[in-house]
Design a binder for this molecule. Structure first.
Ligand code: CA
Length: 210
């Protein structure tokens, strides 16, 4: 079974180009030209990863990413944002909205496929159960969910896939300090180029979540 990748992009030429690249990587591309079509595609079958254009007619990619991170059905799907060159601030906003990575247009097939592989690897369920409890935090590895103690009892914590991986790493490696490059190796896999600022954004998001 090929992994299904949803492409949300309003420009047919770019969509076709991306779909071509995906087929080369042995992924199954699903097309959507706007937010509404994307919702229909997700309702039909949840994709393994979403490639999301920033500039869409109607609902923007940013709004869509925020919405998907709030909903249980889509919360853990890795999202890679497609941005135009020079949208530096937008990219940080995108990461803060729950996007896991971004690819700058124009991109090569090789770069796109490398990002997708990394995104899919990050989202993969743990082979072992992977459950761990530290202090008032508990990770249910089988369900891929995080719970926190509160005066009202244990409460579920809404968390994105990269933050989940970071938190799981920290909770299974307590009492140690890691550099950004070490975190890259352990959490991102080290095979793709990730800016240090990207790590900072995910750490900030994790702190905010906790
Ligand atoms: Ca566009």
């Amino acid at each position: 079974m090929h992994k299904r990748i949803l492409i949300v992009e309003d420009e047919p030429a770019i969509r076709d180009m991306v779909a071509f690249a995906l087929r080369k990587g042995e992924y199954e591309p699903i097309h959507a030209g706007d937010a509404q079509q994307a919702q229909v595609a997700i309702a039909d079958k949840v994709p393994d990863l979403i490639l999301l254009d920033w500039m869409l007619p109607g609902t923007s990619g940013l709004e869509l990413a925020r919405r998907w991170r709030r909903e249980a059905l889509t919360r853990e799907i890795p999202i890679i944002m497609l941005t135009a060159r020079g949208e530096e601030n937008d990219r940080v906003a995108g990461l803060e909205s729950g996007v896991d990575d971004y690819v700058v247009k124009p991109f090569s097939t090789r770069e796109l496929l490398a990002r997708i592989r990394a995104g899919l690897r990050r989202s993969r369920e743990d082979d072992e159960d992977g459950s761990v409890t530290v202090g008032g935090l508990r990770i249910d590895g089988a369900a891929h969910r995080v719970f926190a103690d509160s005066p009202e009892g244990e409460q579920p914590v809404q968390i994105g896939p990269t933050e989940y991986r970071l938190l799981h790493f920290f909770m299974t490696h307590t009492d140690r300090v890691y550099s950004r490059s070490q975190l890259l190796d352990h959490v991102w896999g080290g095979s793709v180029y990730v800016e240090e600022r990207t790590i900072d954004v995910h750490i900030r998001r994790l702190r905010k979540t906790l």
